[in-house]
Write a protein that binds this ligand. Structure first.
Ligand code: HMG
Ligand code: MG
Length: 298
């Protein structure tokens, strides 16, 4: 039996836009976030307080957070790799901070310039500060299904990082397929592994659609009872430190599938499609959501 309700975390403004080469203005990002808020998302990843030298596109995060209209019932999340990021997220009034690690040593080094163990040590004060300030804390685990640098990632490595994130006090843990290589049975094996270390209802699936497997992997996760998924409007995105990684699974496609399955999301698909058309037009290209394009062509 599939979950009756699913929470979709819209990550387009962060994961989606972080990889864009051309600068996207803060005004456009603000309009995108506001359109997504109006579409009914309970959680939007709107900012990333990382080094602007590493990810220039996210340098406007404070401006974006200051400019958006906060919708009651929507949590606005920000990535915070260290205390410097946390202080910025706190000042920007983020509702949730995201510490982001990896199940792959090689990817940890490339993405955040330290080992997995060092990253956990850096996250510890962030986690404590989040609790002290009453902010929600989410832990994201990259390369849980495979790594662009080391290839295979053992299940034990995933289990180990899930436990470390749990012990830091994470309210939610994301199991991420950074490079979109997972297939459904593999997805279930990794999700089952994660669920042995952390409450299933607080585990989320973060699937990139590089190999066209994301919807199938979401369905496979639903079969196990996973009820939180990340997606990007219009399928925006990729990770600058995962070469060839394409966007997250498109939100429109996920909502369309969940609607068809009779699963409640609280999201207005038409408004998501409009938000997707808006950002695609701003970026000067056709959106990558199949459902979005089909609905726009109607
Ligand atoms: P570092 O160079 O090791 O850090 O970078 P450092 O502490 O030595 O600092 C070096 C410089 O960075 C200093 O500036 C700091 O002030 C500055 P300088 O003195 O040279 O002028 N700095 C910062 N500036 C702003 N905000 C900060 C911050 N921290 C240091 N928070 C660091 C370490 C983690 C900062 C760096 O490696 C970095 O920013 N990496 C970015 C990684 C990133 O954003 N990746 C994409 C997001 S993760 C993702 O997309 C995956 C996900 O979607 C899940 C999935 O799909 O897998 C979540
Ligand atoms: Mg990602």
């Amino acid at each position: 039996q599939l979950p009756k309700q699913v929470k979709i975390v819209e990550v387009g403004p962060r994961d989606g836009l972080q990889n864009e080469k051309e600068a996207v203005s803060a005004a456009v990002k603000i309009e995108l976030v506001d359109r997504l808020s109006r579409a009914g998302f309970a959680n939007i990843e709107a900012a990333s307080f990382v080094s602007p030298k590493w990810v220039p596109q996210m340098a406007t995060s404070a401006e974006v957070m200051a400019g958006i209209e906060r919708r009651a019932g929507t949590l606005y999340s920000a990535l915070t790799p260290n205390m410097q990021g946390f202080e910025a997220a706190l000042a920007a009034r983020a509702d949730e901070v995201v510490i982001f690690g990896s199940a792959s040593e090689a990817f940890s080094q490339r993405n955040i310039n330290c080992s997995i163990a060092e990253s956990i040590a850096r996250f510890a004060p962030v986690a404590k500060a989040a609790k002290d300030h009453g902010l929600r804390l989410r832990g994201s685990i990259s390369c849980a299904f495979g790594c662009p640098y080391q290839g295979e990632v053992p299940l034990d490595a995933v289990a180990d990082v899930v436990k470390r994130m749990r012990d830091l006090g994470c309210d939610e843990i994301d199991i991420a397929d950074t490079i979109g290589v997972a297939t459904p049975r593999k997805t279930q094996a990794v999700m089952e592994t994660a669920a042995r270390a952390f409450a299933l209802e607080r585990i989320s699936g973060h699937f990139h659609d590089t190999y066209g497997q994301a919807l199938a992997n979401i369905y496979a996760s639903l079969e196990l009872g996973v009820a939180i998924f990340h997606s990007s409007v219009s399928g925006l995105g990729g990770c600058p430190y995962a070469k060839g990684a394409t966007g997250n699974v498109a939100t429109e496609d996920v909502v369309y599938m969940l609607n068809g399955l009779g699963i409640e999301t609280g999201i207005d698909l038409d408004l998501v499609v409009e938000a997707g058309a808006f950002i695609s037009q701003q970026l000067g290209r056709k959106g990558a959501s199949r459902a979005g394009n089909a609905l726009l062509a109607k």
